[in-house]
Ligand binder design. Structure first.
Ligand code: BGC
Length: 757
């Protein structure tokens, strides 16, 4: 018996029930009699929100480094950097006595209106999963746990505690689950946090299929499932579904409910034991990491600046950037003085220090004279006087730097965004300043896409600075002055208009239900399919240098699915300064039984190049890169056929491509049944040879096939027959049959299923 199992065996029913419910908002219940310590958990994904007293309701948290939020992090496409950040987060967790960090979030950006998108990585599951796994691995490499959240389909804040996300099986498997799946399989998070919402009618906390069948049994998750704070409604049902720990506590009524359910036979004690085993495993693992000490706040601030600089996306540049010795710089916008560096809600951090963007500019600006105007008020009001002051300093300067932050009342945990717009004052400010100063740079701080049509035309350059973390002010100065060459690329599409966005007609739902009607087609998958123009495509971002792609190769032009294929390409820095390029590999399936997105991201690499330097980038595509989820078989499948491999600098800038031929090695059960059409039988490699002789024979008997082939009329009839279900087809032919039609149907079905006659 393992030590954990022997611990479980020694526990009373009361102790077991207590362990499965929090002791406080942030701790699990210790069992002193058996030497089981408490586990301390703390938000959040991009910095520690460790409340000073875990037993009080006070919210004030201890100082910790605030790193850029997830939407920024994903724009770095930098796996090593996220790993490094994870290690730093773990050092802070150790110093602050935290065993498990409540993050990262791996939910998809279904609509840019989701108020919490700043906490999520991407609109693409492969990118989000890769980023989440890197952060988890970094944190856990130091003996601190993570909680991958919010599992699953938590893609909006509107009615987030109750709404039912109605998602079809294939969309769930191909879009909303893979980031979780990748992170679980690759990085083995210690815990997974369920979502508040319902998924197809069942609460995330009570979803047996998601928590037990898929997460634990199929993906092999070995940690424990924790509820989001307050997500449990029926404790016993949740335990049965696979929800191990309910948070927050204390909740004596829940503990009693579990005890009572075991006593009266409603809950099998083995189910409780399994939850206890999982929780104890993590509690004991966490206890092996000694806690306490201090973290190096200054070093982490430096790291936060480096990370922030890697996340910045240069959206537009007419050549003004990097700034070349400007003499007089007009700095406009309150965000230059009050950095907007994080979002509202449970991830809100008490930073160790905050860079003031204006001061950081000043440090790098040499002898340039900097003037400042506030530009816009804190709230939604219009103030023409602020615009006049800004225009006055802008028109006498060489350059205007406009620091525009989306106000937190327009973007936060807890509510969705009303629109994609800046405030009316901010738009008027940009328009007025660009009208008098052509050398205007707009620096944005926000967590999710903005509509820019009204104002981008007059700007010389636009930087997306995100919710940039506490050292972002310095990072922006680094990029403006060319100390850092920007390399970030968008992890989500910037649409032209809200009405163009994929979920527009099905967001945020009504009557307690939100229908994911766009299915697989979120983000670039949607814009590709609709051939819609966008402001900036997924994967897009400029640099101060340029890159050429040449000599694309594939390891095999024909390959077996299980082997995958290696793609390589030579990338050259063709400009004058060192830079980094993010090379993206998309896969396009030329033909498939089910509809597929035009292309999907399946690999990427970030490469650093000196001017003139060439490096070969090699990216391995595995079986999953070519597979899709077949809801008829309830499994991922591959199909024989040609695939185009597209290598690009963004989803809209494909630089080279190659075609490969995949050979499926899977033994797939037939999906033909008695209502499958004649056409489906003919399209099926097993069905066709079984049906064809009988079909042809009947056609000959009916005079539809003759010695001289078939005439137009008979072709029309054959086309008509093609869409008949097999069973109906034989019923129509009854007069020509020697056996009852249902017997023939069943005989053919037995044959395709491999049953010997
Ligand atoms: C949020 C979680 C968070 C938890 C604890 C919830 O409201 O959805 O992301 O980890 O609170 O603060």
């Amino acid at each position: 018996m393992s030590s954990i199992q022997s611990l479980v065996a020694q526990m009373t029913l009361e102790e077991k029930a207590a362990l499965c419910t929090g002791e406080s908002a942030w701790t699990t219940t210790p069992i002193q009699r058996l030497g089981v310590p408490r586990l301390l958990v703390s938000d959040g994904p991009h910095g520690l929100r460790r409340v000073a007293d875990v037993y009080s309701m006070a919210n004030k948290s201890l100082p910790a480094t605030c790193f850029p939020t997830a939407s920024a992090l994903a724009s770095s496409w930098d796996v090593e950097l996220l790993h490094e950040m994870g290690q730093a987060l773990a050092e802070e967790a150790i110093a602050l006595d935290v065993d498990v960090i409540l993050g990262p979030g791996a939910n998809m950006k279904r609509s840019p209106l989701c108020g919490r998108n700043f906490e999520y990585f991407a609109e693409d599951p492969y990118l989000a999963g890769t980023m989440a796994a890197a952060l988890i691995e970094g944190i856990q490499s130091q003996g601190v746990g993570t909680s991958l959240k919010h599992y699953a389909a938590n893609n909006q804040e509107y009615e987030r505690f109750s709404i039912s996300a109605e998602v079809d099986e294939r969309t769930l498997r191909e879009i909303y689950l893979p980031a979780f799946e990748m992170a679980v399989k690759k990085a083995r998070p210690w815990t997974v946090m369920c979502s508040y919402n319902r998924i197809n009618g069942t609460f995330g906390s009570e979803h047996h299929q998601l928590l037990t069948d898929i997460l634990k049994n199929e993906w092999g998750f070995e940690g424990f499932v924790v509820s989001d704070w307050g997500a449990v409604h029926n404790r016993v049902a949740a335990l049965c579904a696979g929800l191990d720990l309910e948070m927050p506590g204390p909740k004596p009524t829940r503990v009693d409910a579990v005890i009572e359910a075991v006593r009266n036979g409603d809950l099998d004690e083995a189910v409780l034991d399994e939850a206890v085993r999982r929780i104890l495993t993590i509690v004991c693992r966490a206890a092996q990491t000694p806690k306490g000490g201090e973290f190096d706040a200054a070093a982490h601030h430096v790291l936060a600046r480096k990370i922030s600089a890697e996340t910045i996306v240069l959206l537009k540049n007419n050549g003004l950037l990097p700034l070349q010795n400007p003499q007089h710089v007009a700095v406009i916008g309150r965000a230059a003085m009050e950095a907007h560096f994080q979002g509202g809600g449970s991830s809100h951090i008490n930073p160790t220090q905050v860079d003031v963007p204006f001061n950081e500019l000043q440090k790098l600006a040499g002898n340039a004279e900097l003037s400042f105007a506030e530009g816009y008020p804190k709230d939604d009001s219009r103030d023409p006087a602020l615009i006049e002051q800004a225009v006055a300093i802008a028109q006498t300067a060489d350059v205007a730097l406009l620091y525009i932050a989306l106000p937190s009342y327009k973007e936060s945990e807890g509510y969705d965004r009303p629109d994609l717009d800046l405030t009316a004052q901010q738009v008027a400010l940009i328009q007025a300043v660009t009208a008098v100063q052509p050398n205007t740079v707009v620096i944005l701080n926000n967590g999710a896409p903005l509509a820019m049509g009204e104002w981008i035309g007059g700007t010389a350059a636009v930087l997306e600075g995100w919710m940039m973390g506490q050292a972002g002010g310095g990072a922006i100065a680094d990029v403006l002055f060319g100390r850092v060459n920007p390399a970030g690329k968008l992890a989500e599409t910037y649409p032209l208009r809200l009405a163009d966005t994929p979920a527009h007609l099905n967001f945020p739902g009504e009557n307690g239900v939100v229908r994911y009607g766009e299915g697989l087609f979120i983000g670039y998958r949607y814009y590709d399919a609709k051939e819609l123009p966008v402001q900036f495509p997924f994967g897009y971002g400029l640099s101060y240098t340029t890159f050429a792609y040449d000599n694309m190769r594939v390891s095999d032009e024909e390959f077996k699915d299980v082997q995958g294929v290696m793609v390589s390409v030579d990338v050259t820095n063709t400009g004058a300064v060192a830079g980094q390029e993010i090379v993206q590999v998309y896969v396009h399936d030329r033909e498939s039984r089910l509809v597929r997105p035009y292309k999907e991201l399946k690999g990427f690499a970030k490469v650093s190049l000196q001017p003139g330097e060439t490096k070969t980038v090699a990216i391995q595509l595995d079986e999953r890169a070519f597979a899709y989820y077949d809801p008829a078989r309830h499994q991922w499948i591959t199909e024989d056929g040609q695939f185009d491999i597209l290598v690009g600098a963004s989803s809209a800038d494909i630089r080279c491509q190659a075609t490969v031929v995949l050979q499926c090695t899977m033994e797939l059960a037939t999906i033909l049944h008695d209502e499958s059409t004649i056409r489906a039988w003919f399209d099926d490699p097993i069905g066709r040879p079984i049906l064809e002789p009988i079909f042809n024979e009947l056609m000959r008997k009916g005079g539809l096939f003759s010695e001289n082939g078939s005439n137009d009329d008979s072709m029309d009839l054959i086309s008509f027959l093609m869409d008949l279900p097999l069973r109906s087809f034989f019923h129509f032919q009854e007069g020509s049959l020697t056996q009852p039609p249902d017997d023939i149907t069943n005989m053919l079905l037995d044959q395709v299923r491999g049953v010997k006659a």
